[in-house]
Design a protein around this ligand. Structure first.
Ligand SMILES: N[C@@H](CCC(=O)N[C@@H](CS)C(=O)NCC(=O)O)C(=O)O
Ligand SMILES: [Co+2]
Length: 308
């Protein structure tokens, strides 16, 4: 039977219901890898800096395309209880973004919806898995979704092979949201699940080099990347709907340096060298991982300025 392992921050080592945790090399559960600025000299370059976890990375948002912004905003606010956080129209480039989530973007993960003028349909592909929403009562949430006209594709009940109550909802564009029953949490928007072709390679890529990119606190307190390997399957179509996740970092240059080294050993590629974006001056870098999943690194301070 195919199963998946959930990747969590090495800081997080509570017993998992279904998932096997992968603890990074030489790491101990609960050892606490969040960096505090100024604790150690930053003299070892990006790789050392990243591996020593001198950074303070955080998952900022997931970016994906939708065919009708108002339809999705209505669905997410009414069915899921998200808040519309901000909206920006970029007429020169013919697109509009809307950000939604369960809390302020200064502390919480968000979804960044992209509407491209005149494009009403996208192919989600097979590689993208789902986003996830943690809720204290998945039965009630699923009922609410149905009563608001939303679609439940998997009724609430214990996950196959475990006891955690889950359900699946599908949004108007076809994106799946896993609903996970969990005690009240500061981060209900809790997973981005992507399928990968070689789990060990992904672990090395995300954990060994670009440490803490899988989650920056306990799984029940933050958003994590859930990477799924299905036995024997190494390739997935990607479609054109899901785009990327953004991760905040204190230093895009050093983070990109670490990623660059990882790509040389494991695959993947820096797409955009670190530097300020023309016009808005936010420093970013971007790369694809060995499976081709895109990640954008965003300077924390610049990101906070953008929110003001
Ligand atoms: N073959 C699955 C493996 C991942 C998986 O099974 N995930 C669990 C959730 S953690 C699931 O979807 N279970 C379905 C169920 O319990 O009905 C995939 O690629 O989506
Ligand atoms: Co999941």
């Amino acid at each position: 039977m195919a199963f998946h392992r959930c990747f969590l921050s090495p800081m997080t080592a509570k017993a998992a219901d279904l998932c096997t945790r992968v603890i990074g090399e030489g790491e101990q559960a609960g050892s606490g890898r969040r960096a505090r600025a100024g604790m150690q000299p930053r003299s070892q370059g990006g790789l050392g800096w990243s591996r020593e976890n001198m950074d303070n990375k955080r998952m900022l948002h997931a970016v994906y395309r939708v065919g009708d912004l108002d339809r999705t905003i209505k669905y997410y606010t009414e069915c899921f209880g998200m808040k519309l956080l901000r909206k920006r129209d970029v007429p020169d480039e013919k697109y509009t973004n809307a950000f939604l989530g369960f809390g302020s973007e200064t502390t919480n993960f968000a979804v960044e919806l992209t509407y491209n003028y005149g494009v009403y349909k996208y192919d989600i592909g097979e590689g993208f898995g789902h986003f996830a929403i943690a809720n204290e009562d998945v039965y009630k949430l699923a009922d609410n979704i149905k009563s608001k006209g939303g679609k439940i594709t998997r009724e609430p009940g214990p996950v196959k092979g475990g006891s955690t109550v889950i359900a699946f909802a599908q949004d108007p564009d076809g994106y799946l949201f896993e609903l996970i029953q969990r005690a009240e949490t500061p981060e209900p928007l809790c997973q981005v699940m992507l399928r990968v072709g070689d789990l060990e390679r992904s672990i090395k890529f995300y954990e060994k080099y670009t440490i803490a990119m899988l989650g920056y606190a306990d799984e029940d307190k933050t958003t994590v990347l859930e990477l799924t390997y299905n036995y024997g399957r190494t390739e997935y179509s990607k479609g054109n709907a899901y785009a990327q996740v953004a991760i905040g970092t204190n230093d895009v240059y050093k983070s990109a340096e670490a990623v660059d080294l990882a790509t040389r050993e494991l695959g993947g590629k820096i797409l955009r060298q670190p530097g300020p974006l023309p016009g808005i001056n936010t420093k970013i870098a971007s790369f694809v991982d060995p499976d081709g999943w895109k990640v954008v690194l965003v300077d924390h301070a610049d990101f906070l300025k953008e929110l003001q």
